[in-house]
Write a protein that binds this ligand. Structure first.
Ligand SMILES: Cc1cc2nc3c(=O)[nH]c(=O)nc-3n(C[C@H](O)[C@H](O)[C@H](O)COP(=O)(O)O)c2cc1C
Length: 187
C-alpha cells in the first residue's frame, strides 16, 4: 500500500563529490552530495554549498575549484573532511594534492576530478550558495578509461544515501539507458 509521508527530502541516490579549493593559500576539501550537471554545452555543474562553510570563506576570490569523485579506498579521508571544518582543522594535507592546468587543487588517486571555473553564484535566500561552475578540464587515470570514456566498473565510486547516512558502492548494471525502453509493450 502506497502512503504519503509529508514533505520529506528522500532523494536517492546522491553522488559523493569532494570540492577542492585554495583558501588562504592552502588547499582545502569539503564533501558535498548536492551536486548535479545542469548543461551539456558548455558543461555546467551546480553545487549546493552552505554559506557557513570554510571553503567559501574567501568566496569573492574563488575563481577555480575542483569536483573530485573519491573511490571507496578514500572514504575515510573524504568523510573526515565532512566532519570537521577548515575553520578549526587544516585539511590541506588530508589528501595528496596536485594542481590542475587552471590552478585548482585536485585529489591524487581520485578516479575522476573535474576542474571548474566559477560562472555564477545564486542566492535563493536559504542557507546555501548555489554555485554554477563551468568544467574547464577533466582528469582520470588512463587505466580507468575504456574507449576514451570513464569505465565506472573499475572506479569504486560511491553513492551517498541521505537520511540513513550510508555510503554505498555502485551495484551491477541492470540495463542500458535509452535502449532498454525499446522493449516497452513488446514483452
Ligand atoms: C556525505 C556528506 C555530504 C555532504 N553534503 C553537503 C552538501 O551537499 N552541501 C554542503 O554544503 N555540505 C555538505 N556536507 C557537509 C560538509 O561537508 C561539512 O559541513 C564540512 O565539514 C564543511 O567543511 P568546511 O567548513 O571546511 O568547508 C556533507 C557532508 C557529508 C559527510
Amino acid at each position: 500500500m502506497r502512503r504519503s509521508y509529508g514533505p520529506q527530502l528522500w532523494f536517492y541516490p546522491l553522488p559523493l563529490v569532494v570540492v577542492g579549493a585554495r583558501v588562504r593559500e592552502k588547499p582545502t576539501f569539503t564533501p558535498i552530495a548536492w551536486c548535479t550537471p545542469v548543461e551539456d554545452d558548455p558543461p555546467l555543474v551546480l553545487s549546493v554549498i552552505a554559506k557557513e562553510h570554510y571553503i567559501l570563506s574567501e568566496r569573492e576570490k574563488l575563481s577555480v575549484y575542483s569536483l573530485n569523485f573519491p573511490s571507496e579506498d578514500q572514504i575515510v579521508a573524504a568523510d573526515y573532511c565532512g566532519m570537521v571544518s577548515g575553520y578549526t582543522h587544516d585539511k590541506s594535507t588530508v589528501f595528496e594534492v596536485e594542481y590542475g592546468k587552471h590552478g585548482a587543487p585536485l585529489i591524487v588517486g581520485a578516479p575522476l576530478s573535474l576542474e571548474c571555473r566559477v560562472r555564477q553564484w545564486l542566492d535563493v535566500g536559504e542557507s546555501c550558495w548555489l554555485l554554477v561552475g563551468e568544467v574547464v578540464e577533466s582528469y582520470a587515470e588512463e587505466t580507468l578509461l575504456r574507449e576514451g570514456k570513464p569505465d565506472v566498473s573499475h572506479m569504486k565510486l560511491l553513492a551517498y544515501i541521505t537520511k540513513s547516512g550510508e555510503y554505498r558502492a555502485l551495484g551491477k548494471v541492470v540495463a542500458r539507458a535509452r535502449h532498454v525502453g525499446r522493449q516497452f509493450r513488446k514483452e
